[in-house]
Design a protein around this ligand. Sequence first.
Ligand code: ZN
Length: 487
Amino acid sequence: MVYIPVIGLEIHAELKTQTKMFCGCLVVDSTIAEANSSVCPVCLGLPGALPVVNKKAVELGLRAALALECTPLQYSIFARKNYFYPDLPKGYQISQYETPLAENGRLLIRTSEGEKTIRIRRVHLEEDTGKLTHINRDVDPCSLVDLNRAGVPLLEIVSEPDMHSVEEARAYAVTLHQLLRTIAVSSGDMEKGAIRFEANVSVMLAGAEELGTRTEIKNLNSFRSMERAIEFEIKRHIAILKSNSKVSQETVGWNESEEVTFSQRSKEEAHDYRYFPEPDLPPLVVDSIWLDSILQNIPELPAMKRMRYASEYHLQDAIIDILLEDPRMAFFFEKVVQHGEPAKEATNWITGVLASEVKIRGLDWDCLPIVPGYFADLITLVRRGDINLLTAKTVLSEMLDTGKQPKVIIEQKGLMQIEDGDVIATAVHSVLQGNPKEVANYLAGKETLAQWFFGQVMAKTGGQASPGVVKRELERQLFRLKNELSD
Ligand SMILES: [Zn+2]
């Protein structure tokens, strides 16, 4: 018997706004800001406080909806989703239910079996909850609540259950993440929880007409845990069906460390939430003029960018993937290429040395301390042989520290590559003279020592010697020693 997985994904993305969804409180980084420092009567849920819709959040939501080829609804309604939880001070969440912001879109994904379209059921706006921290679990249990995140605008994107493998689910999640970042709708910062997934999973027998019973996996915060959790549920469902039992419809959580799902509660139905239209907010009206202006301002989508990078710069798919992962890196790349650097060299440098410096130093691609023109200059200097790779790395580090032009750094620090044959010959000679034991071993047949001598000469010249010249000079002097030996 062949079982086919059926997977649908809900993605919650924090929108990139300055302020919260229904009040003027600033959206702050909860990992840095003092707890409960950005709150007001509205997001604290105090009696009598009235919500006001954040126009920017609606705009970003519509931008995402249009990029996903959804049809925005002219009127959409905010609704109260009632449930009690300590990080939800109002006792309900303002969301959208029967009439969402937009519906019926699609997203093209790429898998090892080719391209596939995943249908988007709906896109709607809502607000985030606060954050609970449970401490002293064993001794003196205590739960702390931070409401800085309460009321932060969220976009929920719900797919149809069109995915039939973990690979497809991943491709969908990655493509959507890329899209939301590229059109600047969400920071997409997974480490800070800006994007969260929920997966609906069921399995059905090949050829069956009815879908199997599904379970819903909550709060998946990374691509990896999403993949693992879906994989685990698929296997669990198949095992249950094979033993002639029934899968029960329920909500499950994901235990990251043990890599298993666990039952949280029997699946709630929509009526459990007693949805009703939010009486404090009028219907949201989206007119065509507003919609047109949003459509005009959508930046180039990743799919278009991919085609352009392939045709204009002749880049390989794997490199394009890396660049598209972070649209700000892609933007930097395009700026460097505009300064006349070959695309292939530029991508090597940007996705390699620069990307690792950015990561180590915790820098942001959109506010790097170096301008793209200076970075292009650095690549040119290496390409022309004015400095070698080793020196280039030192210069880059200094550029990131000071923002200076590479030429200025090279002049000030005297880092120009040493091409002078006499200087290099002297350095080679002194290394060979200073290491008689190694030289004897080399002459006795341990030829790999040539590489070691090379490293010594480079170190002696402060890494500035031209590697090509050093290599030739080293070969020449070692060859002479060998000849002297055989004479
Ligand atoms: Zn507030």
